[in-house]
Design a protein. Structure first.
Length: 80
């Protein structure tokens, strides 16, 4: 059983938005680990969203950066 098997996919429009937010936030901070992760993904796909890592993941769960940001988004939405 994979780690993503019990998780529902992140909707593609949200995934693309979160990816763009992360990229904008990290583009001037290339010295951080998360920025290098993002930069590597951007470079390996030539910026083509259809080739990014999150679409290669089973169930479109996003990369580690997208998953973390999506979890925070859900937590804020579910606060009473």
């Amino acid at each position: 059983m994979s780690a993503n098997e019990n998780l529902s996919p992140i909707p593609l429009d949200i995934t693309l938005r979160l990816c763009e937010e992360i990229r904008r936030k990290t583009e001037n901070n290339w010295y951080t680990a998360s920025a290098r992760w993002c930069w590597s993904c951007q470079q390996s796909t030539s910026g083509d969203p259809s080739k990014r890592g999150f679409l290669r993941q089973e169930g479109n769960r996003g990369c580690i950066l997208i998953n973390a940001r999506y979890a925070r988004l859900l937590a804020r939405q579910n606060k009473p």
